[in-house]
Write a protein that binds this ligand. Sequence first.
Ligand SMILES: [Zn+2]
Ligand SMILES: [Zn+2]
Length: 340
Amino acid sequence: MENDAFGTRDKRGHWRPNGALSGVAPIYALPPQPMRVLRWLPEYLLPWNALFAATALLYWWLVVPPAETMQTLSLGWIWPMLAVNAVAVFLFYGVFELRLYVRRAQGARFKYNPAFPADRPSKAFWWSNQTRDCIARTFLSGVPIWTALQVLILWAWANGVGAWVTWEVAPVWLVVLMVLVPVVHEAHFYAIHRLIHVPFLYRHVHSVHHASVNPSPWSSLAMHPVEHLLYFAGALWYLLIPAHPVIALFALHRAGFGAIPGHVGFDKVELGGDRAMDTHAYAHYLHHKFFEVNYGDGLVPFDALFGTFHDGTPDGDMAMRARLKERRERQLARDAQSGA
Ligand SMILES: [Zn+2]
Ligand SMILES: [Zn+2]
């Protein structure tokens, strides 16, 4: 599949897709534009959000034990969940890593950064190896903290702690909430993400995630344990919002498995023939490349509101440079004033 029709490569080999990203999802249009929202819904739901909703439902039916079992904390039911989460992450992340980064099945076609991390050892990583470092962090603290919060939520539900409702009592509300899970996830993520870009927290916590300047699939959950905790804590909102535990599971799957699309490093995954799947990775890729843009993915409009949105175009580059230059000058003026 030829990628020149979909984007351009600069002379350093970096590829950018044609067109501009949208920083404001159509749900925020005023006056409301229902037809635009309807046209956007398939892109919102497919493939990722529908997939993670489905995995949450399967998990609820196949893995979660009866409420009576979960009323008491016991390793007998916690270990199997940890094992299923670990195996699922290994398989889901592994498929992308194996196809795109080990076998390099589509070379660098649709790859934003032409380099493959395995070809560029870096001291920023344990063992100077991005993939091994990221895998270690995923399984040392990522999956255990995800599972711990999941256990806490299910234990709370089994003991009647929280604002839980049943599908019989509130079916319409629960369907609406299910559709809104990715929006709640992103609002939470945006807030904690801005927080961990505060210099002290960036230095001690978030710099671990940003070591992947050229992200690859395993970068997704390569975080400091404090970031893991803040990140997966997005599911705790469903202890306060009237919900069903399957919705909290969906939030955890959106966070845990849903980190992949933003870090895959490719704009499209080729599926054979002329078919390819859009990853929607570009907005977050730009965050890894430029650090101070796109704290969210546009599903909440905060980047556009606060002036940190980068639409991926050369104009977006210029706007970002002008903003950073202005900030530097303001800082210099402040420093000069306080030194005077
Ligand atoms: Zn990231
Ligand atoms: Zn960041």
